[in-house]
Design a protein around this ligand. Sequence first.
Ligand SMILES: [Zn+2]
Length: 74
Amino acid sequence: MTDAQPGPNQTRPDQPDPDQTCDRCGPAVRAAYRVHRQGELYLCKHCANRLWPDLSRRGWTIWPVGEATCSASG
Ligand SMILES: [Zn+2]
């Protein structure tokens, strides 16, 4: 028996799930944006565009699903 090697398909909990759905539209709409502050929200483009100014003003961080968190801006 050889040691188990970590494969490329290993789950990475720090990565956003590309199959998330919009928290406002329901499971029928795939999320396009991920919003994070104290918790986490997933929004489709439509909802993100509508809520963006409000979320941004409240300090929520918004970025496209599938992209790494950008922590360089401040
Ligand atoms: Zn939506």
